[in-house]
Design a binder for this molecule. Structure first.
Ligand code: AMP
Length: 393
């Protein structure tokens, strides 16, 4: 099935047209600076070179029109697109699994939007536009929180007054669920079913871990929002929650300033003082920058600590997978994290670890107590497979 996958943000829209049977990506691209001066579309076909088209994109509707025009020029008229999959950041309590778009399910995306206002409103608008413009194409909502929705209550409930928590739907929702679900599926396929207790490590500019038992998620490191857990590119991860009150009471910072500090000015950027990109931080650390050295040490420390926490949720683990930008590309960072876990019997084969490849691969030694793999994630394919399954029904 030819599926168009759309990932909309407040001022951006990423798209990918792919075939679910072969996984072949026909075209992909991104509309940037929607509603802002200097908007453009970056587009590439069949793995070719990326073209940059400078076009006015005053709103998401215009951006989608451009995407369909470009796809039409590439030979994919609307009648060749058999379904559209929409990535939704926050599914709240309505999407324990992906769902076909109807008036009701679209309403749910808006109802839970206060939990992720920067994303859900834009995503709901884009879904509505697609339905209006192309009524013959089916749309499916794939929420990034779905995979985590079934984690046990002891893992998702917050120890705050029950009436407040229940009224405001406060709980651990997690994120990156589509990636963790794909990682489980691909690892299970690659290891021919010889995986039961898996800690999936999605380490990119955003980062989270998931504790998965026989395909079912048991816990995850992100919380009510994607701010919790690991130290990320610009997000601080877990800190004492009282810090938020202290910053406001004693520091005089506003709610929005604290929000920005924790989400956009924190993490590796704050620790290194150099960049949010671990490539820059690693280079500076190797050149003797002490703040960058500490940032790397803290990344290894916190990541390994939370891997052990996820393993505890599973009462042990047989497999650990690295994925996303850092997990797939940085052999030194994989090694740095794994070395912290040596006491648990995790052993990396440094030669295997140094191989660069876009394929799933084992990087642990034969006598490692835990099998360690690199499995490139593919959230778009996972979304497209959900579209195929639901629209086929
Ligand atoms: P993602 O969000 O999954 O696209 O990951 C993007 C991040 O991965 C970048 O911001 C970098 O921090 C990191 N990254 C990508 N390639 C490398 C690499 N070779 N070494 C270290 N970090 C990398």
């Amino acid at each position: 099935m030819n599926v168009l996958v759309i990932n909309a943000g407040s001022s951006s829209l990423k798209y990918q047209l792919l075939d679910t049977k072969s996984g072949n990506v026909y075209a992909k691209g991104n509309c940037e600076r929607i509603g802002i001066d200097g908007s453009f579309v970056g587009h590439e076909e069949n793995g070719g070179e990326k073209q940059k088209l400078e076009v006015a994109l005053p709103d998401h509707k215009t951006a989608i029109k451009h995407v369909f025009e470009i796809l039409g020029q590439a030979g994919f008229d609307t009648d060749k697109i058999e379904g559209i999959g929409h990535r939704v950041v926050q599914g709240g309590w309505y999407f324990p699994e992906s769902k076909v778009v109807t008036d009701e399910t679209l309403g749910w995306v808006r109802e839970v939007a206060p939990l992720a206002p920067l994303h859900n409103y834009a995503e709901a608008d884009v879904i509505e536009i697609c339905r209006e413009m192309f009524p013959s194409i089916g749309n499916v909502i794939v929420a990034d929180t779905s995979f985590h929705y079934g984690i046990p209550e002891k893992a998702h409930r917050y120890a705050l007054p029950r009436d407040v928590v229940d009224k405001l739907h406060i709980r651990k929702y997690g994120a990156h669920g589509t990636s963790h679900r794909y990682v489980w599926r691909k690892t299970n396929e690659f290891l021919k079913g010889d995986v039961h207790k898996l800690v999936s490590c999605h380490l990119g500019s955003g980062a989270s871990l998931s504790a998965i038992q026989d395909g079912k998620d048991m816990d995850t490191t992100m919380g009510l929002t994607p701010l919790d857990g690991l130290i990320m590119g610009t997000r601080c991860g877990t800190i004492d929650p009282a810090t938020v009150c202290y910053l406001q009471r004693e520091g005089g910072y506003s709610v929005d300033e604290v929000d920005t500090m924790m989400n956009k000015q924190g993490g590796m950027l704050a620790l290194s003082g150099v960049s949010s990109d671990t490539r820059d931080i690693e280079e500076a650390a190797n050149n003797g920058d002490e703040n960058c050295q500490l940032a790397m040490e803290m990344f290894y420390y916190r990541t390994s600590q939370l891997i052990a926490e996820m393993a505890q949720s599973l009462h042990g683990f047989d497999t650990m997978v690295f994925t996303a930008g850092i997990g797939e590309n940085s052999s030194s960072m994989r090694l740095g994290v794994a070395k912290e876990l040596e006491w648990l019997g995790v052993k990396i084969d440094e030669e295997k670890n140094s191989v660069r490849s876009g394929e799933p691969r084992v990087i642990s030694t034969d006598d490692s107590a835990v099998k360690v793999l690199v499995v490139p994630t593919n959230e778009e394919l996972m979304i497209a497979l959900d579209v195929e399954e639901l629209l086929d029904k």
